[in-house]
Design a binder for this molecule. Structure first.
Ligand SMILES: [Zn+2]
Length: 383
């Protein structure tokens, strides 16, 4: 292919793709699947890659005949020269054949977008793999999390946006200094499906500007979780802003005291991290409560502060107890004894997977009119 004459292909943006002569473009792989098909002429198996590529102005299907053996990861940016354009079910799509050159490219080479070019969308309109839109919304919440990417650690910002039409979760690999409550215009993000729900992803090409306060109603008007039965939330597949209430009917493992790797924060077993080998673990506390409201059940995943506040058991108290009774499963029993039968109202986000409805709480409070946790009794037990 290198000996071929310079390609006479038209440089295009994907939103302008029409069936016609070969085209060249730079795009990111947003979805990719490798499979084998049987060639009609000789019955031989032949590998193909297919999926979606996007340059921020449009997203199109691609088929890559006889692709390289190496994995092509989702998110890779590729320079594609002389792709064939075909029409399938009324939509233009591209095929990479033996005439096409495909090479890695840098994110900075993707087309520059400007605000005027981007169609305006509301959160309710957003459907994966939509992108290249602009969105005005308020930041409901945002927090930074340190995640392992190969051997290094990077900061990932995640949170929730609301605009009055709906609520959507977002993640960003770049720090846009977002603050809770502020009104922002966001462009150049893309959507993917996370836990069966659309999520907005911001990367190095995304743009964020602050909007005047008056552009959007105050946060409390844009975002208030609605209260529904557990059966209803499960039928709807969860949501970004849910409120539910129920009684604790079970506590699932892993709950109680455990240890994390100091480097990658993974849970470790017997002092061994799967990434880092023998390490000195850092103690942590968590609980997975099964709530039931008569219509259905949900698993509520509590981190350390939430576990401490609902159970009255602090991490320090658990470690203290472990010094005298060195069996960590005793902590799970204590959680059980403390929480079984108690009633809670939870607000947060929820999703449905093979195990049913799971809730990540923003707040968890005793349901009014039910018995409050008895911290004194617990302290006596620990003493
Ligand atoms: Zn580790």
């Amino acid at each position: 292919m290198a000996s071929e004459a310079p390609a006479e292909a038209i440089e295009i943006r994907l939103r302008d793709l029409r069936p016609g002569p070969p085209v060249s473009f730079i795009a990111r792989v947003v979805q990719v699947e490798r499979r084998e098909i049987t060639r009609k002429s000789d019955g031989q198996r032949r590998p193909i890659l297919s999926g979606l590529v996007s340059d921020g102005t449009g997203t199109v299907r691609f088929t890559w005949w006889d692709p390289p053996a190496e994995e092509i990861d989702r998110g890779s940016v590729l320079r594609i020269v002389r792709a064939e354009v075909r029409e399938y079910l009324g939509r233009a799509e591209v095929a990479f054949t033996y005439k096409t050159r495909v090479a890695p490219a840098a994110e900075a080479e993707l087309p520059r977008l400007n605000w005027e070019e981007m169609p305006v969308r509301t959160i309710r309109d957003l459907v994966p793999p939509d992108e290249g839109f602009r969105l005005d919304a308020r930041v409901v919440r945002v927090s930074a999390r340190s995640v392992a990417v190969g051997a290094e650690r990077r900061s990932l910002f995640e949170g929730l946006l609301a605009d009055g039409s709906g609520v959507i979760g977002f993640t960003s690999w770049r720090d846009f200094s977002l603050r809770e409550g502020e009104a922002v215009r966001i462009g150049g993000g893309y959507l993917h499906v996370y836990r069966r729900r659309p999520q907005l992803v911001l990367d190095d090409r995304s743009m964020v500007t602050r909007l005047p306060e008056a552009v959007l109603p105050p946060l409390a008007k844009l975002w208030s979780p609605s209260r529904q039965s557990l059966a209803r939330w499960e039928a709807e597949g969860g949501g970004e802003a849910v409120e539910l209430a129920g009684r604790v009917v079970g506590i699932l493992p892993p709950s109680g005291l455990f240890y994390r790797c100091p480097q990658c924060r993974r849970r470790i077993q017997q002092g061994i991290c799967v990434n880092h080998g023998p390490v000195t673990g850092q103690p942590d506390l968590a609980a997975r409560l099964v709530l039931d409201d008569g219509t259905g059940a949900a698993t509520v995943n509590l981190d350390r502060p939430a576990t401490e506040s609902v159970s009255g058991l602090t991490l320090e108290a658990c470690l203290e107890r472990l010094r005298s009774a060195p069996d960590p499963s005793g902590i799970e029993e204590l959680l059980w004894e403390r929480l079984i039968g108690t009633s809670w109202t939870v607000r947060g986000s929820a999703y449905v997977d093979d195990f049913g409805l799971s809730v990540r709480p923003e707040t968890i409070e005793p349901t009014p009119g039910t018995e409050a946790p008895d911290a004194d009794r617990l302290r006596r037990r620990l003493a």
